[in-house]
Design a protein around this ligand. Structure first.
Ligand code: PDD
Length: 273
């Protein structure tokens, strides 16, 4: 009778771990708190206890590179009823799985499709109620692509399970934060790296017309990291090959990742100018 199971009444986090160090754990835990408070689920543990739990999970799985998953549901109710009382005790579920070791070569480019965003109006909340995203990914796969770029009101906001970056006239663009996008932790990092390296960037969603003119397109997420998109709806993006800014950003990200992995850089530290 857990409401996470019955209603998708739950929120979650996915946290990459490099060399035993959880990347931006404090950011992930802050976003978890944001999601919990948005749906009025009381936090099951304090931030310090949650940090300890993550550290124990990482150690129990032998350190190294992992993907941590945290989920908090509203808890088990006596009966299936849409309304919830304040007497429920949240269920906390946590797991970790090994991540594939970092590759020395940049990731292979993917194809994407453009799709109408059929999800709800609070995409800033990281809820496990992901059926919209699941259907959109399947739609992309059926078209021979690996991600769906989601459109509302003529603009691209994010991917079905990623944030979206485009390079237009030399400026890196991504949608601004708000109810239409998840505040991606990888998105943050990419913006910080761009600013630190003086790459012009702007938080303004690309229009569908602009999308047809971008020279580069990337998606970002904790599990996929940075991936170039070179085909959109069967047509080449820009010249149809991975662009120079992607290679730069990928290199900056790898350097950051290696520093976190080797313990040289604190996993929560901001990128230095
Ligand atoms: N999803 N937007 C959506 C809709 C997402 O599902 C995700 C990540 C992101 C990227 O956020 P971050 O950089 O913090 O991972 C953006 C995770 C990885 C998942 O559901 O598995």
């Amino acid at each position: 009778m857990d409401r996470g199971f019955l209603f998708g009444d739950a929120v979650y986090e996915v946290i990459p771990v490099f060399g035993g160090h959880p990347l931006r754990l404090a950011h992930h835990l802050r976003r978890l708190d944001y999601s919990l408070s948005a749906v009025r689920i009381p936090p099951p543990l304090t931030a310090a206890e949650m940090t300890q739990l993550c550290e124990r999970l990482i150690a129990d799985h032998g350190g190294g590179d992992q993907i941590l998953y945290l989920q908090v549901t509203r808890g088990v109710a006596a009966a299936r009823d849409h309304q919830f009382g304040s007497d429920l005790r949240p269920t906390l579920f946590a797991m970790s799985r090994p991540a594939s070791p970092p590759s020395a070569a940049p990731p292979a480019a993917i194809a994407a499709v453009v799709a109408e965003d059929i999800r709800w109006h609070r995409c800033d909340i990281k809820t496990t109620a992901l059926l919209g995203g699941v259907m959109l990914i399947q739609q992309a796969l059926a078209a021979g692509a690996a991600e769906a770029l989601l459109v509302r009101d003529g603009r691209v906001w994010e991917g079905a399970s990623s944030n979206v970056f485009g390079v237009l006239d030399g400026v890196l663009r991504t949608a601004p934060l708000g109810p239409r996008v998840l505040a991606g932790i990888t998105r943050d990092l990419v913006l910080e790296l761009a600013r630190a390296h003086r790459l012009p960037c702007r938080e303004e969603a690309l229009t569908v017309a602009e999308l047809a003119r971008v020279s580069e397109l990337w998606i970002t997420s904790s599990t996929r990291e940075l991936v170039p998109v070179t085909q959109l709806d069967g047509r080449p993006v820009g010249s149809g090959v991975v662009g120079p800014l992607f290679y730069n950003m990928w290199h900056w990200y790898q350097t950051f990742r290696q520093q976190v992995s080797s313990g040289v850089r604190a996993p929560d530290a901001p990128v230095q100018e």
